[in-house]
Design a protein around this ligand. Structure first.
Ligand SMILES: Nc1ncnc2c1ncn2[C@@H]1O[C@H](COP(=O)(O)OP(=O)(O)OP(=O)(O)O)[C@@H](O)[C@H]1O
Length: 282
């Protein structure tokens, strides 16, 4: 069965187990009389890809804000690479939920990417040859060569999103937080971005927390699903969590989960938690 308390504090006898890159224990957070989560506990090990699913307003973005050190918990603990979550941590790469940059943003596409490189974050200065080469490599990973020299504020939503994705992985952070990074991307670019993020888990042991309303594009890469709903949660392997039984229990009403080949369809939700995918299988 999936576990709502998958993370265990490391013990002496478990010294061979990896230290979680993200460790959330007994997290409680309410806004007014609305409880987002009560005793939320989960961990993400180095190299793990965890998808965060749940209905609008269940607290997915807020969870990322907690991990970014931007939102305090009412109770509980959060550790990133063994340390308390702090703002601006070099251990964390972040792809924010899509927001258009202002038209007059004084940066070119390649400058936005360069901001993700350590030592280049706090001001442009003069980039070294190494920085320039790395930026060019990142730009080519998302096929952004044709617009990398245009002002970012004039780029489309999807073009900006591709640049934000490579900016976040530029310095190979041990933890990568992604807030619906596939929004506005066509299928080809969804594949490019998901495979870029997956490759970080393989090559650099990056721990990924990936908020999404569409599980199917990332399902092949997902090690665990964290499902948030109505102040409750469930976490475990997708086969364990994405079941009619678990989701019906979380939502308190009947939900059907249908698997076909490597896709999942969730049926029976009023407002849709996992939106219909373009290919229409949901
Ligand atoms: N600082 C705050 N003060 C009061 N309420 C807040 C604050 N931050 C977030 N909320 C509320 O907490 C709830 C969770 O918001 P959040 O953005 O985390 O949801 P989400 O799961 O990411 O939703 P979506 O799928 O729509 O992006 C929302 O109802 C939001 O209005």
């Amino acid at each position: 069965m999936p576990s709502s308390t998958s993370a265990q504090e490391p013990t002496q006898s478990a010294s061979a187990a990896p230290r979680p890159a993200i460790d959330v224990q007994d997290a409680c957070l309410s806004f007014g009389n609305r409880t987002l989560w009560d005793n939320l506990s989960f961990s993400v090990n180095p190299g793990e890809f965890v998808a965060v699913l749940g209905p609008n307003g269940c607290g997915k973005t807020t969870l990322l804000r907690v991990l970014l050190g931007l939102q305090e918990l009412d109770r509980g603990t959060v550790r990133i690479a063994g340390k308390p979550a702090t703002r601006g941590s070099a251990d964390v790469g972040y792809i924010p939920q899509q927001k258009m940059l202002p038209e007059n943003t004084p940066l070119r596409g390649r400058d936005l990417v360069a901001l993700g490189l350590e030592g280049y974050r706090w001001g442009p200065g003069l980039p070294s040859r190494k920085t320039k080469d790395r930026v060019q490599e990142l730009i080519s990973l998302v096929k952004a060569e044709s617009f990398a020299d245009r002002p970012v504020g004039l780029l489309s939503g999807g073009e900006q999103q591709r640049l934000r994705a490579v900016q976040a992985v530029a310095s190979h952070p041990p933890v990568l937080l992604c807030d619906e990074p596939l929004l506005s991307l066509d299928l080809n670019h969804q594949r490019a971005v998901t495979s870029l993020i997956h490759q970080e888990t393989v090559d650099n042991d990056t721990a990924v927390l990936f908020v999404t309303h569409e599980i199917n594009p990332v399902l092949p890469y997902v090690d665990k699903v964290l499902f948030l709903a109505g102040g409750r949660f469930n976490v475990g392997h997708p086969d364990e969590v994405l079941t009619s039984e678990v989701l019906s229990d979380l939502y308190g009403s009947h939900i059907d989960v249908v698997r076909s080949e490597d896709r999942v369809a969730i049926i029976g939700l009023q407002d849709g938690i996992v939106h219909k995918h373009q290919e229409g299988a949901l």
